[in-house]
Each structure stands twice: as structure tokens, then as C-alpha cells.
Design a protein around this ligand. Structure first.
Ligand code: ZN
Length: 367
């Protein structure tokens, strides 16, 4: 069955400013583009275009999310502030989230793109979908942006699935190397949305994503964190999937699996220190496809989040799409550093981290 792919040229027009926005007016260092720049996503899309996979995809058209859809997650005051800044010269959405004129509309288009991908899967037009959206969303909280994120795209897509489409249970698997604090905060009291975040421990945001952060009130058990030590490779991630992610999904039995698909756990990313390769992403994708087939009629939607190596992220993204479609591009990933990192052994401290997180599987609400 078909795989949807969503892209919109206007995602590239979001102005994430330069790093010196943080240093001004001290003038300490020459400006350079933000890590969250156009190149990584555009080159991913370029590779889709030329790799032979493009005709195998069902191309989906983005639409802007409505204000009502955005305000399922965000406060009206925050949404109004972003709109006002965006119609002027731009501004700062929160901690490390500068943006230029017009980014309000582009952020609506990113959240709306994830909603379109969910609808395409739920309507049966495609079986799985990848929404290559920008700006990313998983750090955004109800009343503020954070970490390049303006609106919480993946969380908003989950809320759409729950409240507009009537699904009883939705799971979010966040494999971005940073903690999915926005989704955790959005659903920490909600037992109908299971949030699972795998991330480099105590990286960003500092102090978030602890194993002990396991949901609040009615939501106890429905938030699972898997903080992994820096350096973890594909085998450590696969162990975390085997012992935490997949068993948690099996207990929860979602009607839809969403993936907050940051690709910044790759071995060449400038924003973190993990060791995933395209082959690793393919392996993890295959595990999620299998889980979705067994648990929710194959319904699987990936919403793009972070990922800052313009050289390497495109190959990781293509490897995911190859797994979703069953198409092989024949691109020799192994020549682009896919040998040693993929075979990195699971070290004892990584195994201990997975074992610690696995304790929470038994607390996931079951049905
Ligand atoms: Zn990230």
C-alpha cells in the first residue's frame, strides 16, 4: 500500500535567523546560519527527487492548520503573539527560537502538513506517511516556543487524531536526539496519548526527559522516557526498541502511531553525540512498521523534527522512506560512514540505561 510524502516549498522560506541573534549586541563572533537552516531539509527533498523513490510516493499537499487546531495545544495569547511578531519584523518565540517575517503562516503550514498526513492515513489513501515539515515542533510548549520550534506539529497532529477524528488512543514515538518536552508537557496528564521519547541524556532541554518523569495524575504511566548515554549506536537503540518502545506500544495498543522524526541522532550531526546511520534508521523504521501492522492496521505517520547535518540527514531520511515503501534506491550508504557505527556494541552503561527505562513499561495503560 502507498506511502504518503508531504513537502511544501514554503517550509524553506521560514527565516530562522543567525546565531549572532543570541550574542547581539556584544558582537563576539561572525554571524553564521542557525543550525536549523534550510539546507538539511532541502537536500533531503532533493535526494527524494533524484533517487528514484519519488514516483513510488503519494505526494500530499500541505494546508495551513486553523487557529482552532493550533489552540488545541497552544494558548490564544501565545498564538496571537507569534502572529503579531510575524506580521512585523519577526522576533523570538521563546528560548532559542528566533524567526522572521511570515513565519506564523509557515508554522501553520507545518502543523497543517502533519494533520494532512494523519488524515491521509486515517482515510485509507495511504498506509504510512512522512511529512517533511519545517519549522520543527516537539520542543514547543503551550505558551512558548523553544529550541527552533514554534508550534507543536506532532502533538497537534495527535490532538487532531483524538478530537477531530475520534481515535481513542494515539502513541507518539519521539526519536529526535533531544527530549520531546513539548509532547510530554501536552499529554502528561492524558492517558489516551502515550508519549515515548528516546534522547541523549540531559542534553536539551537540560533537566528534562528523566526516567522518573512518567506522567502526572490521570496520565501516570503514559509518558515513557528513554535517556541514553552519548555515543549510543544502532544496537543500543534497537535494544531500547526491543525492551521499551515496542513492549510499551503493545501494552497501549494505539489506533495510530506518530513518530516525532528528528534525525539528529545521526553519527555526523553537529547538534548531538549519537551514532545512528541510515541502516540504523532503516532498522528502527522496520520495527515500527511491524508494530503498526500488528497493533493499528499499519497506521504510521512520521513528522519531521530536528536533524542538522546537511550531508548526512538526507541519507537517513531516504533510508526511512525505503523501508516504508519497500523500494531500494541502491544508494551505497555504507560508503558514507555506515560500517563501524552500525556495528557498535551495546555497552554496559547503555544496557543499564535501557534496563532502567524498561521498568516503566509495566506502568503503561493497557487495554
Ligand atoms: Zn533535535
Amino acid at each position: 500500500m502507498a506511502t504518503g510524502f508531504l513537502w511544501d516549498e514554503r517550509y524553506m522560506w521560514h527565516d530562522s535567523r543567525t546565531w549572532t541573534d543570541f550574542a547581539a549586541p556584544d558582537l563576539l563572533l561572525e554571524p553564521e546560519p542557525s543550525l536549523e537552516s534550510v539546507a538539511t531539509k532541502r537536500r533531503f527533498k532533493n535526494l527524494v527527487d533524484v533517487s528514484g523513490i519519488a514516483p513510488r510516493l503519494t505526494w500530499l499537499d500541505a494546508r495551513p492548520a486553523t487557529v482552532a487546531e493550533i489552540e488545541r495545544l497552544h494558548t490564544p495569547g501565545y498564538v496571537a503573539r507569534i502572529r503579531e511578531l510575524s506580521t512585523g519584523a519577526g522576533g523570538e518565540a521563546g528560548d532559542g527560537t528566533p524567526f522572521g517575517r511570515g513565519s506564523y503562516e509557515i508554522a501553520l503550514l507545518a502543523a497543517g502538513g502533519c494533520i494532512v498526513a494523519v488524515d491521509a492515513v486515517l482515510d485509507g489513501n495511504v498506509r504510512t506517511a512522512y511529512a517533511l515539515v519545517r519549522p520543527p515542533g516537539h520542543h514547543a510548549e503551550a505558551d512558548r516556543g523553544r529550541g527552533y520550534c514554534i508550534f507543536g506539529n506532532t502533538a497537534i497532529a495527535a490532538l487532531h487524531a483524538r478530537h477531530a477524528r475520534g481515535l481513542e488512543r494515539v502513541a507518539i514515538v519521539d526519536w529526535d536526539v533531544h527530549h520531546g518536552n513539548g509532547s510530554e508537557s501536552a499529554f502528561e496528564t492524558d492517558a489516551t496519548v502515550l508519549t515515548i521519547s528516546l534522547h541523549q541524556e540531559n542534553h536539551y532541554p537540560v533537566g528534562r526527559g528523566l526516567v522518573s518523569d512518567n506522567g502526572v495524575g490521570q496520565g501516570v504511566g503514559a509518558n515513557v522516557n528513554v535517556p541514553l548515554p552519548a555515543g549510543a549506536g544502532g544496537n543500543a537503540y534497537a535494544l531500547a526498541f526491543d525492551e521499551v518502545v515496542i513492549p510499551a506500544l503493545e501494552r497501549f495498543r494505539p489506533d495510530l502511531i506518530l513518530v516525532a522524526s528528528g534525525l539528529d541522532a545521526n553519527a555526523m550531526d553537529p547538534g548531538a553525540r549519537m551514532n545512528l546511520t541510515p541502516a540504523c534508521y532503516a532498522r528502527l523504521t522496520a520495527m515500527l512498521v511491524d508494530a503498526a501492522e500488528r497493533l493499528c492496521d499499519g497506521r504510521l505517520v512520521l513528522c519531521h523534527e530536528g536533524g542538522y547535518s546537511s550531508l548526512y540527514v538526507p541519507y537517513c531520511g531516504l533510508a526511512i522512506l525505503e523501508q516504508l515503501t519497500g523500494f531500494s534506491s541502491g544508494i551505497p550508504y555504507a560508503t558514507i560512514m555506515d560500517g563501524d557505527p552500525a556495528s557498535i556494541a551495546v555497552h554496559e552503561h547503555e544496557r543499564a540505561a535501557v534496563t532502567a527505562a524498561a521498568v516503566n513499561v509495566a506502568r503503561v495503560p493497557s487495554r
